[in-house]
Write a protein that binds this ligand. Sequence first.
Ligand SMILES: *[C@@H]1O[C@H](CO)[C@@H](O)[C@H](O)[C@H]1NC(C)=O
Ligand SMILES: *[C@@H]1O[C@H](CO)[C@@H](O)[C@H](O)[C@H]1NC(C)=O
Ligand SMILES: *[C@@H]1O[C@H](CO)[C@@H](O)[C@H](O)[C@H]1NC(C)=O
Ligand SMILES: *[C@@H]1O[C@H](CO)[C@@H](O)[C@H](O)[C@H]1NC(C)=O
Length: 310
Amino acid sequence: MVAIRASLATLFLAACASAQQLSSTLTQIKDFGPNPRNVTMYIYVPKNITTNAPIMVVPHWCHGTAKDAFNGRPYASLGDQYGFISIYPDSPNKADQCWDVSSNASLTHNGGGDALSIVNMVRWTIEKYGADKDRVFVTGTSSGAMMTNVLLGSYPDVFAAGSAWAGVAFGCFAGNGYDVWSDACATGKIIKNGTEWAAMVKNAFPGYTGFRPKMQVLHGTADTVLYPQNLMEEIKEWTSVFGYSETPEETTKDTPLKGWTRYSYGPKFEAYEAAGVTHDIPNQADLVMDWFDLKCKATMSRMCYSRASG
Ligand SMILES: *[C@@H]1O[C@H](CO)[C@@H](O)[C@H](O)[C@H]1NC(C)=O
Ligand SMILES: *[C@@H]1O[C@H](CO)[C@@H](O)[C@H](O)[C@H]1NC(C)=O
Ligand SMILES: *[C@@H]1O[C@H](CO)[C@@H](O)[C@H](O)[C@H]1NC(C)=O
Ligand SMILES: *[C@@H]1O[C@H](CO)[C@@H](O)[C@H](O)[C@H]1NC(C)=O
């Protein structure tokens, strides 16, 4: 397994060589508040940021780093253009750089784990920059997508939306420890019905009945690292959380690329199935930006998507 995950890192790095023209630099923040797991925080704040800027959290993949995610995704330069801050956490699991998506701590609201450390980075940024607490977003690939599922499940009170690329459902890696690799989940053998998955999400924050962030999930049908069954499990989980039918309301073929199919289940959940695509799924920043409504300029007649409007 380690060998497979190492070769993946190479793939991602090869795809991540694009240079960004940036107004500012990536900065490490040492004291951002309670950090039970010693997760390292990096932040990118555009030079001409105004108050109420949205925040985008970009957790890296296994064997990747905060800097790899910063260099390999265009969100810093898009932040310059559209006025949002991006946060790049770095995993404390130095053996494999995977996120803690297994511990009960991470799978519990304010329970600790890597998830709480990341949320405390968000809380610090809102305070420090007067950022918009109603427009906090998270997107990641692979382990970063697993963390996206975990953050939306454990912190529905913090995030406005998530976009998970080639990940697994919230709770699928649940295990005893902070860095458990679940072969059973990875190979698509952890199968539950929507009610069971949704119960895991709801148990993460018992009694919470407030706003739930919307979710976008994407997966390749030729993924041999996190088998495509995991897309089905994410679909069952989130449709059940939102009370949607598991039958899509709308199916759109060949979007955004040939062979990719978009299934929309309702305003808060959509899934993309990418035919023939492996675990090295090519990230499409436009899809993420549109889902998060981050190109929006508010006008009298149009509010941008946020926890308050959505
Ligand atoms: C975090 O770092 C502190 C200070 O270096 C150390 O005492 C503590 O044991 C670390 N915690 C974890 C979970 O690694
Ligand atoms: C910040 O400045 C750049 C360069 O002048 C400009 O393109 C961008 O639109 C500005 N961003 C915001 C949010 O105003
Ligand atoms: C998970 O953690 C929460 C909060 O720390 C605790 O209340 C709960 O009992 C734990 N659940 C399990 C199964 O260990
Ligand atoms: C889901 O699984 C649970 C527990 O196995 C079962 O009780 C329930 O009937 C199932 N729900 C559906 C809709 O199949």
